[in-house]
Each structure stands twice: as structure tokens, then as C-alpha cells.
Design a protein around this ligand. Structure first.
Ligand code: 13P
Length: 340
């Protein structure tokens, strides 16, 4: 089989009407999700939950790709088919989270640097052999009094660019994810200012590292009020500020932008995406790469109980469909209630 080009993999990831499911929760994060439904996190409960999601009827109509975690990439469906093989057989591109998490940045209290570059080339070679065609690396930028610092932004952008160059060398499309967190009481204006600084530095570093922009997907935060901010920006303001910020920093050579949901409710995340996609003449595809906004309702409906699998799948399918509508500006608030 000839290797697909980076451009053709990226095109499949941002196919019309579709977006990406982030199901790459690390063992620590999935345990937190399972704790909420009183389910013990074991290799088998994690496998069973991912199997439930991936075997949702018609998933491939609205999901173009799935980001997996190392353990999940090596696990199998109930019928014994490796997950990457199963997903690819449905036309869903398998991807892999390759960063090793955000760790304390020495000398910069409150800030983190994402680790995982050592040995990354060898891991990418193995992941490609296991079927992964794209990867994800998340740099985390927190907003608070006196931070982010320019140094933390630079260090995270530099790591993202080194990761992206390694991925492209191995014919894997890098999802470049610089996430400005929603945590805190900051205003949307402050989020916009920080997101501007972060994206400017990320694209400077990608350029310096020789990364081919046609073969990446950007996964940014939306420009949004902090969770504890009392002056909430309206959905129209979020859409306008996010587009303004992206237009200033993301070259048209980038084929697609796939947002993270970052703690927004499923309805907010779908509405914001829909409002942005109602704008005409955008240079890139705007889609979703949601974790919580696609999975939260499914996890609650399933509750970890056998017999509830179909209920969980219905919720996942519902939010996947709503976001599929948002790809063309067709989602409106409350629509999910009619769509059983
Ligand atoms: P959320 O949509 O839950 O933010 O997760 C997306 C993701 O992949 C974060 O790295």
C-alpha cells in the first residue's frame, strides 16, 4: 500500500459534514470521567466504553477521525478486531495522542510545558505500523495574574513545532493543539489577547521548524469568557472574536481548524461552531475535535451499566449529528431536543 499524502489524510479529517472525536483521555483523565458514574477504571471497562462509542450506528456519517490513547490503539472490538483496523474499515481515520502531558515548567510557577519529545520518532514509527495516520499534541496555556509569560508561550510553541516536524517526517498529520484554558475569571478580551499571542508564536515556530502548513490541522480553543467570569460574552461575540483572532494568525494554507470544546457545554460548543460556519468565504474548513462535548451526555446515559449501551450510543450520535449540522451553520439552539 502506498503511503497516503499528508494533504489527503488532512482532507479526510476535515471532510464536509464531519469532525473528529477526541477519545484519547489518558488513564488518569478517563478515571475522572468514570468516577462521575461510579465505574471502576480497568483496561476492560475502558475498552468496553470505547467499543460502545466506536460501534455507534452511523457514526461514520458525522465522524471523520478518532483520536486514541496508546492503550486504546492496541485494544480490540468485542469481535477481536483491533480498533484502528475497525475504524479504518468504516472510513474513519485513526489518530493517536503522543504527548506525555503538561508538567510544571521549572522556574515558572503556575505554568506548564508539555513533555514527550524524547523518543518520539520511534514511537511515531510504531504508531504508524499500528494504523495511526494522524497525531495530537496539546500545549496548555493558563490565564491568571501575571501569566501566561512570553517564555511559557514560546516553550510550548517550540515543542509543538518540533512535534509537528517529526510527525510530518513520518507521514503522520500533526494536530497542533495550543489550548488557552477557560479556567478562571478572565474576560473574553483577555482570552483574545492571549490567544493572539499564542497563535502568533505557534505559527512563527512552525515556520522556523519547516513544517508544511498544508499538512497540519490546527486545534485551538475558542475565544471565550473564563468559566468564572461574571460578564459573559454572547454566542455571537464568541464567534466574532474567535474568527477575528484566527483570521489574523492562521494562514490560508492550513486546510482545517478543528476546535476543542474545553469545558463548554455540548450545546454551547455546537452553537459557537455553527455561528462561525454561517460566515461566508472562510479560508479554512472549521470543524470540531471534541472530547467532553461529544461524550458527556453519552457517559451519563450509559452510566457504566450493561443494558444501557444503546442509550449511550444515542446520546453520542445525537451530539455528533448536531455538530455535523454546525459544519454548515445549520445547528440552532435547542435543536437537539427534537432530534431523538
Ligand atoms: P475537550 O473537547 O473535552 O476539550 O477535549 C478535546 C481534547 O482533545 C483536549 O486535548
Amino acid at each position: 500500500m502506498s503511503a497516503e499524502s499528508l494533504e489527503s489524510i488532512a482532507a479526510a479529517m476535515i471532510a464536509p459534514g464531519k469532525g473528529i472525536l477526541a477519545a484519547d483521555e489518558s488513564s488518569g483523565t478517563i478515571k475522572k470521567r468514570f468516577d462521575k458514574i461510579n465505574l471502576e477504571s480497568t483496561a476492560e471497562s475502558r475498552r468496553g466504553y470505547r467499543d460502545l462509542l466506536f460501534s455507534t450506528p452511523d457514526m461514520a456519517k458525522s465522524i471523520s477521525g478518532v483520536i486514541l490513547y496508546d492503550e486504546t490503539l492496541r485494544q480490540k472490538t468485542a469481535a477481536g478486531v483491533p480498533f484502528p483496523t475497525y475504524l479504518a474499515s468504516m472510513g474513519v481515520v485513526p489518530g493517536i495522542k503522543v504527548d506525555a502531558g503538561a508538567k510544571a515548567l521549572a522556574g515558572f510557577p503556575n505554568e506548564t510545558i508539555t513533555e514527550g519529545l524524547d523518543g518520539l520518532r520511534e514511537r511515531l514509527i510504531e504508531y504508524y505500523g499500528l494504523g495511526a495516520r494522524f497525531a495530537k499534541w496539546r500545549g496548555v496555556i493558563d490565564i491568571g495574574a501575571g501569566f501566561p509569560t512570553a517564555y511559557a508561550i514560546h516553550a510550548n510553541a517550540h515543542a509543538l513545532a518540533r512535534y509537528a516536524a517529526l510527525c510530518q517526517e513520518q507521514k503522520i498529520v500533526p494536530i497542533v493543539e495550543p489550548e488557552v484554558l477557560m479556567d478562571g475569571a478572565h474576560t473574553i478580551e483577555r482570552c483574545e489577547q492571549v490567544t493572539n499571542d499564542v497563535l502568533a508564536e505557534v505559527f512563527a515556530q512552525l515556520h522556523a521548524a519547516g513544517v508544511r502548513l498544508e499538512g497540519i490541522i490546527l486545534k485551538p480553543n475558542m475565544v471565550i469568557s473564563g468559566k468564572q467570569c461574571t460578564q459573559r460574552a454572547t454566542p455571537a461575540q464568541v464567534a466574532a472574536a474567535t474568527l477575528r483572532c484566527l483570521k489574523r494568525h492562521v494562514p490560508g494554507a492550513v486546510p482545517g481548524i478543528a476546535f476543542l470544546s474545553g469545558g463548554q457545554s455540548p450545546a454551547e460548543a455546537a452553537l459557537h461552531l455553527s455561528l462561525m460556519n454561517a460566515s461566508k468565504n472562510l479560508p479554512w474548513q472549521l470543524t470540531f475535535s471534541y472530547g467532553r462535548a461529544l461524550q458527556d451526555a453519552a457517559l451519563t446515559a450509559w452510566g457504566g451499566k450493561s443494558g444501557n449501551e444503546a442509550a449511550g450510543q444515542r446520546e453520542f450520535a445525537r451530539w455528533a449529528r448536531m455538530n455535523s449540522l454546525a459544519r454548515t451553520g445549520g445547528y440552532q439552539a435547542g435543536m437537539e431536543q427534537q432530534a431523538a
